[in-house]
Design a protein around this ligand. Sequence first.
Ligand SMILES: C[C@@]1(CC(=O)O)c2cc3[nH]c(cc4nc(cc5[nH]c(cc(n2)[C@H]1CCC(=O)O)[C@@](C)(CC(=O)O)[C@@H]5CCC(=O)O)C(CC(=O)O)=C4CCC(=O)O)c(CCC(=O)O)c3CC(=O)O
Ligand SMILES: NC(=O)C1=CN([C@@H]2O[C@H](COP(=O)(O)OP(=O)(O)OC[C@H]3O[C@@H](n4cnc5c(N)ncnc54)[C@H](O)[C@@H]3O)[C@@H](O)[C@H]2O)C=CC1
Length: 169
Amino acid sequence: MAYFPLFIDLWGQEILVVGGGPIAARRIRVLREFGCRILAVAPEAVTDIKEMEKEMPETVRWLQGTYEETDPLGMDGRPLTRPLFVLAAAGAGVNKTVVRDCRLLGIPVNDASEKENCSFYFPGIAKHGEAVAGVISGGEDHRLAAVLSEAVRKAVDAVMENMDQEGPA
Ligand SMILES: C[C@@]1(CC(=O)O)c2cc3[nH]c(cc4nc(cc5[nH]c(cc(n2)[C@H]1CCC(=O)O)[C@@](C)(CC(=O)O)[C@@H]5CCC(=O)O)C(CC(=O)O)=C4CCC(=O)O)c(CCC(=O)O)c3CC(=O)O
Ligand SMILES: NC(=O)C1=CN([C@@H]2O[C@H](COP(=O)(O)OP(=O)(O)OC[C@H]3O[C@@H](n4cnc5c(N)ncnc54)[C@H](O)[C@@H]3O)[C@@H](O)[C@H]2O)C=CC1
């Protein structure tokens, strides 16, 4: 059965991202446009994440260390963050631990390496101001999700360009 796109207000919310590779970076780049604060936990982070942290230190923060040693959700007692949801984008083994912890704490969680573990999917996004479209393929064909997302971004850009020229409908 197809998933229903719920649009939620992220303003002022905290989001935890576990992992600092290209997939974490791609998702942080999207999330930072939605008014939330993002904590990324990983022993190593790609340049893109370090640059986003430099550009928007109030919005993006990278904590260097493994998920296990930094214990951001406070499984041992002291949480560093109270996230609205968690994106697990490290390796499959670490992601599994994160999913287990989130389920214990009742926090919605996304596992980028295993769709069966996800309590929600991360969509491809087209955004222009407050107009937003989110795209998934139902979890079965990720290339299709990427291609459709790009097509929607192009369509949104074209409509907005027309509106700039002609004024609102
Ligand atoms: C189910 C879902 C769960 C979630 O993560 O939320 C998921 C899961 C997985 N993706 C995998 C692989 C790839 N995903 C992409 C691309 C995107 N994947 C995205 C979302 C989702 N991916 C969720 C719903 C997806 C849907 O409905 O189809 C997008 C939309 C958003 C984003 O990621 O930003 C983004 C396009 C964004 C854009 O273009 O704007 C590419 C292509 C590329 O990167 O160019 C590849 C490699 C090519 C290939 O394998 O086909 C793997 C195997 C991992 C591995 O093998 O290690 C899994 C794990 C599994 O299937 O279990
Ligand atoms: N959903 C999607 O669109 C896609 C998902 N994937 C999956 O997403 C995940 C991430 O992909 P990439 O960024 O390409 O991986 P990557 O291997 O380049 O990056 C992994 C990141 O996790 C960090 N990490 C490793 N151990 C950790 C720990 N214990 N705690 C915290 N962070 C830790 C590493 O330092 C690194 O920053 C993989 O599991 C991969 O299977 C891959 C392609 C597309």
